[in-house]
Design a binder for this molecule. Structure first.
Ligand code: DAV
Length: 355
């Protein structure tokens, strides 16, 4: 695969950008309750297994195309997963899922660490076969020299999911997980790479067993540090803890409340992300409004930001970055923004320690 990806900011050379064709509303399952916004639960009950609204997907697709053009104009090679109809039913010997989800968010299901690409053991049943859309690319990267591996295929039995009482308020800390430790699970987006140091949070899709598996799998070349935030619904670290460049960290001002970051970050400059711009539509079916922070670094200066997020754009500009605007609000309805929609396969630069 040539020069691998080891942090979030080295000059980006090649990236996978997801697709929205075939995106399907996830069918209701207990684990969705842990993270999906309460006001949209009814949407999942009534639309689960059906396509997301076509006008939304068309607008999201136009935004994605514009994003791809922007990346290419900045000199980045863009690759795409295979188109997949995610509305088809599938089963294991123990359970069945009436449909899949989407191929929109490669960040969730694949983890690039150095010259290795790891398929994540995802906790949502509807995402069980999600990496298949990337297999053409993975086989190709293997031919080019990448190490290709997969975490143990989880069984996802009922015993993995433990109902907890409805969490009161937004200050529940530490959060109460709906995942048991039956087997290792994680989403790749719960990991953030800073060279030899990798940060992770336990979440409603990543359990301690999953973190332990990756730590042992990677061995002594990497150090995995577990972070905890003030977030009752944790699912993916990339709208909470966002390193932009060596020594520069953007954090979510709500989720950092009452939290002390580890001592190793003491020499880093930490800034609270500007408030997201309020929106009436399209709905954020699957996330909070902090997707504003889900930005993509093209190098230590250039950063792709949602076109309407003026306060964040001003904040990044005054901090020495060069924001590149891209409209992405329809895409965001699916639960992610630029970081989620991408997988940085190659960045120029070697393995370093920044702490
Ligand atoms: O609402 O903070 C953002 C990340 C989704 N992949 C949230 C989730």
């Amino acid at each position: 695969m040539g020069k691998p990806g080891r942090n979030e900011w080295d000059p980006l050379e090649e990236v996978i950008v997801g697709r929205v064709e075939g995106a399907t509303v996830p069918c209701w399952h207990a684990i969705l309750q842990a993270t999906m916004p309460t006001e949209h639960h009814a949407f999942f009950y009534t639309h689960g297994g059906r396509a997301f609204p076509q006008d939304l997907l068309m607008a999201a697709n136009a935004e994605l195309n514009q994003f791809v053009q922007l990346l290419e104009a900045e000199g980045v090679k863009v690759r795409r997963p295979d188109p997949v109809d995610c509305s088809r039913q599938f089963a294991t010997p123990d359970w069945s899922s009436p449909a899949g989800l989407y191929t929109a968010m490669p960040r969730d299901c694949l983890l690039v660490i150095g010259d290795e690409i790891i398929e994540a053991p995802m906790a949502w049943r509807c995402r069980y076969f999600e990496t298949f859309a990337y297999r053409s690319l993975l086989k190709n990267y293997f031919q080019q020299g990448a190490r290709w591996s997969a975490a143990p295929r989880p069984q996802l039995p009922d015993a993995l999911y433990q109902p907890v009482e409805e969490q009161e308020g937004e200050e529940a800390f530490p959060f109460r997980s709906m995942l048991s430790e039956y087997e290792p699970t994680f989403d790749a987006a719960d990991y953030i790479r800073c060279g030899k140091d990798i940060f992770v949070q336990r979440s409603q899709v990543t359990n301690s067993f999953g973190i332990a598996w990756l730590r042992r799998h990677l061995g002594e070349r990497y150090r995995i540090h577990e972070l905890q935030f003030n977030d009752p619904h944790p699912m993916h670290l990339d709208a909470t803890f966002v390193p932009l460049a060596p020594g520069k960290l953007l954090v979510n001002p709500e989720r950092i409340r009452g939290i002390k970051l580890p001592e190793m970050l003491a020499s880093w400059e930490v800034r609270y992300a500007a408030q997201p711009v309020p929106r009436a539509a399209p709905p954020l079916y699957m996330s909070s409004h902090w997707l504003s922070m889900n930005i993509l670094m093209l190098d230590e200066e250039r950063v792709v930001v949602e076109a309407q997020e003026e306060p964040l754009i001003a904040q990044l500009t005054s901090w020495g970055f060069k924001p590149l605007r891209c409209p992405f609000r329809h895409f965001q309805a699916l639960g992610g923004s630029f970081h989620c929609a991408t997988l940085d396969v190659r960045r120029r630069g070697g393995l370093q320690s920044y702490f």
